[in-house]
Design a binder for this molecule. Structure first.
Ligand code: HEC
Length: 109
């Protein structure tokens, strides 16, 4: 009885490990191309909104460190950094969206 439980636990751990690995691979492959990201932004944000994003970025993104220029990171890298930093800067969802629109438009691809 005890042995059976160990085998079951062992098996489910192995299964879980496989599933987790698969999920990671899939999400990586699903990352959109840089050009798609820029197209998405252009369809959702006007030039005026991007300018507002620039102001929000200048005001809020140099409180803890120097102001990192959009060109300092690639789009892929920004997509990883921005959600975390927008939270740190306590930006509203709307402002975070505008900052993302401004920064990604000028980021290296
Ligand atoms: C409350 C403080 C705080 C605010 C506000 C803040 N940051 Fe940061 N930022 C940090 C800290 C701490 C680090 C270094 C550690 C880390 O990466 O979490 C960092 C790192 C970074 C980096 C470097 C990441 C790397 O690995 O190269 C970038 C780029 C950045 N921040 C951008 C921003 C932007 C854009 C904003 C505005 C939306 C912002 N930060 C607002 C604290 C802050």
């Amino acid at each position: 009885m005890k042995l059976t439980s160990y085998i079951i636990i062992g098996l489910s751990t192995t299964l879980f490990a496989c599933t987790a690995k698969k999920a990671t691979t899939t999400s990586k492959a699903a990352a959109p191309a840089a050009s798609d990201v820029v197209a998405e932004i252009d369809s959702k944000y006007t030039a005026a909104q991007k300018e507002e994003g620039k102001t929000v970025w200048q005001t809020n993104c140099q409180k803890c460190h120097k102001l990192y220029e959009p060109q300092s990171h690639s789009i892929a890298k920004w997509e990883k950094i921005l959600p975390r930093m927008s939270k740190k800067a306590k930006l509203s969802v709307e402002d975070a969206g505008k900052v993302r629109a401004y920064v990604l438009t000028h980021a290296t691809s």
